[in-house]
Design a protein around this ligand. Structure first.
Ligand code: ADP
Ligand code: AMP
Length: 208
């Protein structure tokens, strides 16, 4: 299955992506993760590091190049889940063109819908175990005592608000875009992790 997960920052994309990828046996492709890895390796241009720190979006060409290269890997041939990409209409059109060249297309676009007040709390209290990449939440999914916790620099409230604004301005328009393609499935992401997981699999038509 070729899937896209769309939703504002803190909606639960990474959390649900883990469940989906495990169940369907497809790779998770997160442009945010790839960019953070590039930054940690000292391979991301300073101007792009600055844009990420401020909660803005990187140029479409940067995101498209990352995804085009990643989709060349053999593990993506049988399907994939894109998390955090596309984020603009040019990225969505670019993705369609990449897939069309390969004689394939997206199957489903899942939109995780979560009210804004919940997003702030989810993002600000998010922590990640740097050894395993596992996502935790200080209130809703507390980490074990031995976790090596990381707090993303863009998960402070002022930056989270800017990221939500960027989603509203640049990304939310993808929902009608994919609705016109007949690929959009909306999921209420406001419940518990388990409740959302159930709805995600119901939307995918995969029995739990
Ligand atoms: P995204 O990838 O969309 O930015 P994450 O999956 O990283 O979102 O989730 C953001 C934060 O919210 C994390 O701390 C995660 O543990 C927590 N979280 C995810 N889904 C839920 C949920 N349904 N209820 C409560 N907290 C959640
Ligand atoms: P995420 O991990 O998806 O929340 O992404 C973290 C940050 O990486 C975003 O706030 C952007 O600065 C950048 N980013 C990730 N994916 C994209 C994308 N598809 N297009 C532009 N910028 C992106």
């Amino acid at each position: 299955m070729r899937l896209v997960l769309v939703g504002p920052p803190g909606a639960g994309k990474g959390t649900q992506a883990t469940f989906i990828c495990e169940r369907l046996g497809i790779p998770q492709i997160s442009t945010g993760e790839m960019l953070r890895a590039a930054k940690a390796a000292g391979e991301l241009a300073q101007e792009h590091v600055d844009v990420m720190a401020e909660g803005g979006l990187l140029p479409d060409a940067v995101a498209l190049d990352l995804v085009r290269t990643r989709l060349d890997a053999p593990d993506s041939r049988q399907g994939f889940l894109l998390d955090g990409f596309p984020r603009t209409e040019p990225q969505a059109r670019g993705l369609d063109a990449i897939l069309e060249k390969r004689g394939t297309a997206l199957d489903v676009v899942l939109a995780l819908e979560v009210p804004e007040d919940l997003l702030i709390e989810r993002a600000v209290l998010r922590r990640t175990d740097r050894r395993t990449g596992q996502i935790y939440h200080l209130k809703y999914n507390p980490p074990p005592a031995d976790a090596e916790l990381e707090h993303r620099t863009d998960d402070h409230e002022d930056v989270v608000r800017k990221r939500i604004a960027a989603y509203r301005d640049m990304t939310a328009g993808l929902l009608p875009f994919y609705e016109r393609q007949g690929k959009l499935r909306r999921v209420d992401g406001a419940g518990t992790v388990d409740e959302v997981e159930e709805q995600v699999f119901a939307a995918l038509g995969t029995a739990d």
